[in-house]
Write a protein that binds this ligand. Sequence first.
Ligand code: CA
Length: 252
Amino acid sequence: MGDTRVGLVIEDDHDIRELVRVVLTQAGFEVTAASSGAEGVLAAKELDPAVITLDLGLPDIDGFEVARQIRQFSDAYIVMLTARAEELDTLIGLESGADDYLTKPFRPRELRARVAAMMRRPRSTSEVTDDLNAPLGGAGDDANSYRHNGLNMSYDSRTVDVDGQELSLTRTEFDLLHALLEAGRMVRTKADLVRRLRDEPYDVGSYISEADERSVEVHMGNLRKKLGDSAQDPRWLQTVRGVGYRLAPERS
Ligand code: CA
């Protein structure tokens, strides 16, 4: 694509806004900042940013609602910045379509690492599905597609459908589902999945915090909801208690 990547900072606190601006600029983004939710949604529409950092506590619309609105037209990687560490906030934040969250105060290095990991992950190519030459539902046999119990995933076009119904997944949900489909019946630990989201090899010993693992649980919960899957009688996402997840057995 080769275009300049745009980063958008939606934040009403001047100091944090400037800090994030510096981090994103150093990461190679052309950065625009907005200090209110309404301004942020408009800027997201105009600029089509690749990454958005979003403050939860904004003066007009709260961050959850801003994320929901932006998600209706954008597949940007949304990092929610929250001053409140309570789990409920995290849950709602992730359900609103955010891909990740950071609790303030955070180290610039932390934000930098997450943005760098995100940029290594493939960007959603929804443009491709608009291509008139693309076969409709005919791409079943390429090496990067998966089928399991009525679910089809095409990794190349970043699409998933269940019983013929296309699903709208966040980038993170898509990558988690892909990790499980790829692993077959092998168990992926939560740490494995955190590394997958950071685009690190599964066997490196980088530090994984409890919050990282909890965020995988939350994303899995959201993914399960979108799939209409059941934790008790899973069609796709089987929880391996205390360890992680794997693909449920094939149904005949
Ligand atoms: Ca704020």
